[in-house]
Design a binder for this molecule. Sequence first.
Ligand SMILES: [Zn+2]
Ligand SMILES: [Zn+2]
Length: 264
Amino acid sequence: MIDTHCHYNHPQMNLHEGDAEQSIARASAAGVTGFIVVGYDLESSRRAVEIAETHPNFGAAVGMHPHGAQQYTEEFDLCLQEWAHNPVVVAIGEIGLDYYRNISPADDQTRVFARQLDIASNAKLPVIIHCRDAYADALSLLDRESVKAFGGVMHCWAGSPEQALQTVTLGMHLGFGGTTTYAKAQNVHESAAAIPLSRILLETDCPYLSPVPHRGKRNEPAYIKLVANRVADLRGISAEELIEEADVNSRQCFPRLAPLLKGN
Ligand SMILES: [Zn+2]
Ligand SMILES: [Zn+2]
């Protein structure tokens, strides 16, 4: 399994010395063979690159989360452009729109999102999109040639099945995480069943959004099998088939990832 969205760059994944290394060992024991550590600001993007440069089976994504739109400086812009050339950087993200918490004004979010889509396009990289309560605006910004050409993922999918199909039409994948295991997440369940199997990716978004029965506790990549089992159930296929397909999809979505995986 490939965890296409985890945050070993987050302080909660490094609380105790050596804890992250133990967590990585637990993930490997649980069958996780690849990880994408996703940045959300300057420091976390720098950490993501460092982790991917020093750990086999890790790729990095770099970007400014919509919450941090007002911290998007010239310096950060230059860093992004430089990181985009690094072979361990497999995507630009997480970038997008978040109207649920609206920590940055919507105008700033839109400007910074569009600018980072341009950087991804120039670098021919896929994008990792964070979208909360903003599907209509996000999908209209993603409706562009570079996204059709280089693709990406709407991570932690929470939209409707109709929006899921629209996202697929734009050339994107959908990332399913812990929320898939929540009983009330009907939109997520219906979306997972509605889209082509070839567009499904698995993720944890750890330390957030632990799957049942770990809900409310710190999440980690070792729990991703619980998500895989649930998505397989929703599609009426075996977990083995789902996992195999999701691995193929991950490599297809992130072409720079495969060379970073041991034994490819
Ligand atoms: Zn996110
Ligand atoms: Zn995230």
